[in-house]
Design a protein around this ligand. Sequence first.
Ligand code: ADP
Length: 548
Amino acid sequence: MIDKAKSKPRKSIPSHEQLMEEVKRQTGQLSAIHTVTTAVSQTLDLNVTLQTALEAVLSVIPVDASGISMVDEAAGELVLRAQRGWKNDFVSEPMRIKLGQGLSGQAVTNDEVVITGDLTNEPRLFVPAIREEQVKAMVLAPMHARGKVVGVLSVMSYKPYIFDETEIAVMRAIADQVGVALDNARLYESVREQQSRLQAVLQSTADAIIATDNYGNINLINHAAETLFQLDLQAVVGRSWHDIPLPPSFNKKFQEALDSEGMNSGLTFDVPLENGHCLAAVVSPVSFQAGLNEQESEGWVAVFQDITHMKEAERARLQFIQTAAHDLRNPLAVTLSALTMLNKQIHDPTPTQQEVIDIALNGINRMQDLIDDLMDIEHIDSGVDLRSEPVSLPDLLERCAVDMRPIFERREQSFLLLVDQNLPIFFGDERWLYRALINLLSNAHKYTQREGTITLRAEWRASEIVIQVEDDGPGIPLEAQARLFERFYRVRHTEEKVQGTGLGLAIVKSVVEKHEGRVFVNSEPGRGSIFGMILPRRDTVFIYESES
Ligand code: ADP
């Protein structure tokens, strides 16, 4: 009978010396991996990391040369970035291998360690020049970072060499450590590159930029700001903006902005300088994504632009229009008084005479309205002389109601005034706000039939002020609604019946937008219209500097 137990190869029990040898070897490997990890994690400089890694790997695996290739995803290539101990230079003109081709390309695509002996007869070789190296043994291990292969670490021997399993395992571990270190260095480098690009843009822009932290300490100031405010970069960075000589008008507005609750979206205002120049300042909060849905505030950034020329051009244009309007008004006034006199002197005019006089009087009145409206829209559009003063909206609306009531009564129209008395004080230009509201109320009066109903309503809605004029007039077809606020646009069917310049709603829009608000219309033919404005809560600051 065959003794099966005896026929089995017996596993020899390792001797004490062998065990000690094994422990020593494994300790050596661990310390080798540790050496490489420590070496490569000491720096974030990509080139230093590459060289350190190559040197470290050769110190733990007894071969002649090492190399690191990195994946260039955009080109779909593997590029040799560093070499050590090689006979030929393959880095100055970097050796490039298509992913999936050659030995290293295969290591990347298959995500596997590639081991080879004599390269002279290696059919998988992609770059024939490598044969000149006369490599007799080689291992290529993929390097990983952030869950993907980022490159290949290779070691080569010019003498025949058999890599044992443990060496391969060490190679794998080292490759991953190097991969992470290189990836970090690469990320750091791209962040640094981006930062210096940003810095260059910041420094070369013509606009002056000053940034502060949440406590108002200056942490950035560009070249244009240094020149504009005659500041010394070294002397101001780290100091509170209170302590540096910025224009007083800016300081006042900026402080108001910081104190206000409404300052979470930034604001724009003019900064008149003592030398007669004018700057437009845009102050915005700086925040960064702290979590998935979380924004954390970092401070403020103020951008200043010299708008002196724009202001001057605007003034000149306005002046021209005012002069032209004045020159037009004079002969019109003379013609009007001549016609009125004629009208009075003709005691018993024939129907034709009366009709001619009425047409002429009407024409002159329309022309005067047109000139007034044109002047108004130019004036408000220019933003010149726009005031920033506290406005009690309930009082303003009451004043509009008092002025319009007799007009509504002429056509027996009912008028309702519904105002939330708790509306906050609004900072703006009362004269222009009055003008906009009167335009809306006049339209409601003009286009609504006798005995119709007109409502003026003002309320708080989601921390915005909504003021609207509602009527039960003819309404407006949908296709016309989009164009209502354009200059000179009139809905065709109303043109013959009701006189107008087509500028009333354009003036409303301009006034509202100068107060950072928006206009709206809601209308249905046969059911009436709602025209309104939504004003932001601006209870401490206003966008434009008063120039009066
Ligand atoms: P104007 O009233 O001088 O024509 P507007 O700019 O004020 O100019 O209005 C533009 C057009 O919008 C008007 O011609 C009219 O057709 C239409 N419109 C304005 N308000 C109303 C309203 N309440 N109801 C109906 N149509 C209106």
